[in-house]
Ligand binder design. Sequence first.
Ligand SMILES: CC(C)(COP(=O)(O)OP(=O)(O)OC[C@H]1O[C@@H](n2cnc3c(N)ncnc32)[C@H](O)[C@@H]1OP(=O)(O)O)[C@@H](O)C(=O)NCCC(=O)NCCS
Length: 177
Amino acid sequence: MEIKRPSDSITTMTNLVMPNDANIVGNLFGGKLMEWMDICGALSAARHSKNVCVTASVNNISFAKPIHLGETVTLVARVVRAFNTSMEVYIEVYAENIKKGTKRKCNDAYFTYVAVDENYQTVKVPAIQPLSEEEQELFELSLLRRQLKLLMAEKITLKDAPELRAQMVEWMETSKG
Ligand SMILES: CC(C)(COP(=O)(O)OP(=O)(O)OC[C@H]1O[C@@H](n2cnc3c(N)ncnc32)[C@H](O)[C@@H]1OP(=O)(O)O)[C@@H](O)C(=O)NCCC(=O)NCCS
């Protein structure tokens, strides 16, 4: 089976926040941003798997910093880990005010996609080989996020998630001081 790097799947997308994308105080709608993230993430997963990819789940997304009407929004997506037929894609969102020359990171999220063929059958995807320290860290934590997502979707039980269980024990021990 082919092995790929996260950088092979990097996909970027830039949009301008138009009046139709914003609420009455001139901030980009959260739903519109999620739509753009989903498209960018799906393209990254498709680039990795060379197949159509459907969204299986999304982790927590918060909107801490508003993005304003007239700003540009750049999304950067890459596959951080591939499992059997599913892939986790990390998506970062940057807003830029071109006139002022300012740029800031606004959001990030982890989306899970599943590769499917023309008959909507799930397809095995190439593995990911992390190389840099950052890629390695995202890769390792991806397993915990996968177990948490599958647990919340009631697809597995805690006994099928030994790494997540061990991490939870560690967090509890740490919080005791
Ligand atoms: C995603 C989908 C193809 C998975 O189908 P399924 O019958 O659950 O298939 P499986 O149980 O064989 O799972 C397939 C893969 O999806 C993963 N998966 C399923 N549900 C998941 C979830 N909630 N979170 C993360 N991964 C999930 C499984 O772990 C498996 O990955 P693996 O092969 O790498 O181990 C199916 O649920 C689907 O078609 N959903 C709708 C997709 C869609 O329309 N998305 C747009 C939202 S409107």
